[in-house]
Design a protein around this ligand. Structure first.
Ligand code: ZN
Length: 197
């Protein structure tokens, strides 16, 4: 067995690789230990790549489970749904760690709202506005002026939430390239209290 350490999403993992007469690479996560079985004779690069992918998927699945067990966003989402004249049905709210480019989505067929797990760390009114946004798409699938009129009507914090999320996205994308002084200044910025809408 070969042991080494990798870091996935800032989480250090102890990887234990066992070579076997198997066809596929398999991985199981036990706490911080990733047990991998790999086909004998597999190329090192192929294996490294596959381990990275599998580890990320498993770490994120664990995190998603934690996030969903800690919170009950369903009640909030159902309350938002009731503001619509024809309330969309919401039966499940899932925080997901797999969608990186989107804040949320709603599936009418499964009556499920999926939310980017990072929203859970933001003020509740931002999460609420994302829920309202996704539900408004049941009536208008586009971002037409009718869509925004409806959305602003059911969710007064719409424009504020849009601006908040643009700021978050900007900072997340700019962070790595910020000069040290400005970065440090931003860390010490205390202006308005974002938890109050
Ligand atoms: Zn949209």
């Amino acid at each position: 067995m070969i042991k080494r350490t990798i870091t996935i999403d800032d989480t250090p993992l102890q990887v234990e690789i066992t070579y076997k007469a198997v066809k596929n690479i398999n991985a199981r996560l036990h706490g911080e230990v990733l047990r991998v079985s790999a086909p004998t004779g597999i190329a090192q690069r192929t294996l490294d790549h596959a381990i990275g992918d599998l580890a990320r998927r498993l770490v994120r699945r664990v995190r998603a489970r934690q996030v969903n067990s800690e919170t009950d966003a369903l009640a909030l989402a159902q309350q938002v749904a009731r503001r619509f004249s024809k309330p969309p049905e919401v039966q499940h709210v899932l925080f997901v760690t797999s969608q990186e480019a989107r804040w949320g989505s709603y599936s009418p067929s499964t009556r499920t709202i999926r939310l980017n797990a990072t929203l859970r760390l933001m003020p509740a009114w931002v999460l609420e506005a994302v829920v309202a946004h996704e539900l408004a798409h049941v009536i208008y699938p586009d971002h037409s002026s009718n869509f925004w009129t409806l959305l602003r009507n059911v969710e007064p914090n719409t424009d504020r939430a849009e601006a908040f999320l643009s700021g978050v996205t900007w900072l997340a994308n700019a962070w790595e390239d910020l000069p040290a002084v400005e970065r440090s200044m931003l860390l010490r910025t205390r202006t308005t209290d974002a938890s109050q809408p």
